[in-house]
Design a protein. Structure first.
Length: 283
């Protein structure tokens, strides 16, 4: 794998050198090529470029494959970069609407990244297991969520002290069980404006529910996934923690852009509706 990573770095360096030799080093195209080359080096180091074995490749994913080395698919990183930029732009638009974005990642490679993104931006997330009906039976889920949050609030405020020790043990065990089911979903007060799935293969039910509810779907898809069910695909390695973490950082950039633009719009509206200063009457 190291020789593949080194080849990607060498090709990126060659692209930059070619631009410089052709007398275009300062042109916008050359700058963009250099930036993409640097990003490809980062992606190679993080392992973003590695797909699965050729025998597991979904034929529909072949258009995103650059080559095959030692039986392992290698993604075309130029396409992956373009996909990431499209995802960032779309996420920014969703954030500006104020709708929540639901993050889904229950595999060891994505749990930490999903939780970190959720906590950082106060987004709902699923990191344990997908609960069937989370989207398609949202009304029932909301009732269970409210019950769960009510129990948690009662425990934190000491309202459970009125029960016997035995009764408190039963209630606390119930809270623990509900935390495993609903932990991370407390902020899902309405259907999300988008769903981001970290690993398409591992979350087919979540994807199916998002499609049924016509909620835009973003997904990191390995070479074995079906891209046809994904609105915004990121063709990349979803089996590596470093790869998922790197992509999550790019997603965070898109969220931050949306947050800044949302605040800017809110401030502009405040200025627009502010009452004009009253001028003193002059004689």
């Amino acid at each position: 794998m190291d020789d593949i990573k080194n080849k990607v770095k060498d090709e990126a360096a060659l692209d930059s050198a070619t631009s410089a030799d052709s007398g275009q080093a300062g042109s916008p195209q050359a700058v963009e090529r250099t930036a993409d080359g640097a990003m490809m080096e980062e992606m190679a180091k993080a392992g973003v470029l590695f797909g699965r074995k050729r025998t597991r490749t979904n034929p529909r994913m072949k258009k995103y494959i650059f080559t095959n080395r030692n039986g392992m698919e290698i993604f075309d990183l130029t396409q992956t970069i373009e996909q990431i930029e499209k995802v960032k732009a779309f996420i920014g638009e969703v954030v500006k609407t104020g709708r929540p974005i639901l993050l889904v990642g229950t595999e060891p490679s994505s749990i930490e990244a999903v939780r970190a993104l959720g906590e950082r931006f106060s987004f709902p997330f699923v990191s344990e297991r997908w609960l069937g009906g989370t989207l398609t039976n949202f009304d029932s889920l909301s009732k269970r969520l409210n019950f769960y949050m009510g129990l948690k609030a009662d425990k934190e405020t000491g309202k459970l002290d009125k029960y016997t020790k035995k009764e408190r043990v039963v209630i606390e065990k119930q809270i623990e069980r509900l935390t495993r089911l609903f932990g991370g979903l407390e902020r899902l007060s309405q259907l999300p404006g988008a769903v981001i799935v970290f690993g398409a293969d591992a979350h087919e039910i979540a994807i199916a529910e998002a499609k049924r509810m016509k909620i835009p779907l973003i997904a990191i898809a390995n070479s074995s996934a079906n891209p046809d069910v994904i609105n915004y695909i990121i063709a990349a390695n979803d089996n590596s923690r470093s790869s998922v973490t790197w992509i999550a950082a790019r997603i965070a950039e898109g969220i931050e852009t949306g947050v800044r633009e949302k605040h800017a719009i809110a401030e502009a509206k405040k200025v627009a509706v502010a009452p004009a200063a009253i001028k003193p009457v002059t004689k």
